[in-house]
Design a protein around this ligand. Structure first.
Ligand code: PLP
Length: 364
């Protein structure tokens, strides 16, 4: 069986380094916001070409904290509208709601599953104050056009880069493409911890200053609360593991990009609809394909020993959590959720496994 993902196997290669790190972590007796967290914040900021990286407890909080910080800075008010792709992972939408803002769903492009600039323009209202650009599946959206729209309408441009660690748009890294960006290091992401973890990157020192406090009870110093803050700190032990894994991120992304290229060159386009190639702007967190007869196709592949997954089976507007959107009809988003599925693209796939997957798909 070719498993879609095998985290135990993927993390095995760092085992010796993990053990060493854990040993020195244990010896410090310092478990929260210690030198590993500080080091990771520095390392990750350097990696993303930003001045600041602020560790958080997870990716959802990272997005939410950006919005909360902008409220404190007076750039957002409760009830302001935030434009967000309708086919994103639910966390993008939850972060907007939790911050007391209003998510406005944007139909994506069918070809790339990414934000469609024209559909953004159509949804701008006097209440629109921000765009949450999600680099879904690890692919940067049509960023020049999106930046232009944000600028023309005076909107904050925030990245949900939870799937796009290391993606590059015209020489600029994901995390450095808007005013602030949120990352997740959930174990399955291209840069994954051994538990929950997240970060925010930004060039904005005012924003960074608020965020450093906000994720730690709003404290400017111990027991001095400046804001009604949160407890969403990057865990020291996860930071230690991430410091090890960050060193391998480019290598992992390159391997994923190479697998994607092989798929794109050899998969028969008549059998399955493939994503357009995007060499550097796509780090292939997922390799998503599309077909109207998805269930039969996936069943056939499973019978041939190939595991596939669906990212994601139910769009946010059809979730019980958002019953207020019950009557909303978003044909593109709904079609995408009915037709997509993801092929294995983990970095430890062997050439033999890749060729086997290609062969079985082309024989369907
Ligand atoms: C994973 C993910 C998140 C949430 O990250 P968590 O660390 O699981 O909270 C947010 N947005 C997107 C697009 C994601 O893929």
């Amino acid at each position: 069986m070719i498993h879609f993902l095998d985290l135990k196997m993927l993390n095995q290669k760092y085992e010796t380094e993990f053990h060493q790190k854990f040993k020195s972590f244990l010896q410090t007796g310092y478990y929260i916001q210690g030198k590993e967290t500080k080091a990771f914040e520095n390392n990750f900021a350097r990696y993303c070409q930003t001045k600041y990286a602020i560790g958080t407890g997870n990716g959802l909080d990272a997005i939410r904290l950006i919005f909360e910080a902008y409220k404190i800075l007076g750039l957002l008010q409760p009830g302001d509208e935030v434009l967000v792709p309708a086919n994103t992972y639910i966390a993008s939408i939850l972060a907007i709601s939790q911050a007391g803002l209003k998510p406005v769903l944007i139909e994506p492009k069918l070809e790339t599953y990414n934000l469609d600039p024209q559909n953004i323009i159509n949804k701008i209202s006097p209440k629109t104050k921000a765009i949450l650009g999600v680099h879904l599946y690890g692919r940067i959206s049509d960023w020049d056009a999106i930046q232009k729209i944000a600028k023309a309408h005076n909107l904050l441009l925030i990245e949900d880069a939870a799937q796009a660690h290391g993606a590059i748009w015209k020489g600029k890294k994901a995390g450095n493409l808007g005013q602030a960006a949120a990352f997740s290091f959930y174990p399955t992401k291209n840069l994954g911890a051994l538990g929950d973890a997240g970060a925010i990157t930004t060039q904005d020192s005012d924003l960074a200053e608020v965020l450093y406090k906000l994720k730690n009870y709003g404290q400017s110093q111990k027991y001095v609360s400046q804001y009604k803050g949160f407890n969403s700190r990057l865990d020291e032990l996860q930071a230690a593991f991430l410091n090890i894994k960050l060193e391998y991120l480019d290598q992992i992304n390159q391997k994923r990009q190479k697998i994607a290229q092989t798929y794109l060159e050899h998969l028969n386009h008549n059998k399955i609809i493939l994503p357009p190639f995007a060499p550097k702007a796509h780090v292939y967190h997922q390799f998503v394909v599309r077909t109207p007869n998805r269930e039969a196709f996936r069943e056939y592949l499973l019978e041939e020993g190939i595991e596939t997954l669906i990212h994601y089976p139910v769009p946010p507007h059809q979730q019980a959590a958002y019953s207020e959107w019950q009557s909303l009809h978003l044909p593109l988003t709904e079609q995408i959720h009915q037709e997509i599925f993801s092929l294995p693209i983990r970095e430890n796939l062997t050439d033999q496994e890749i060729n086997y997957i290609i062969d079985k798909i082309n024989r369907y």
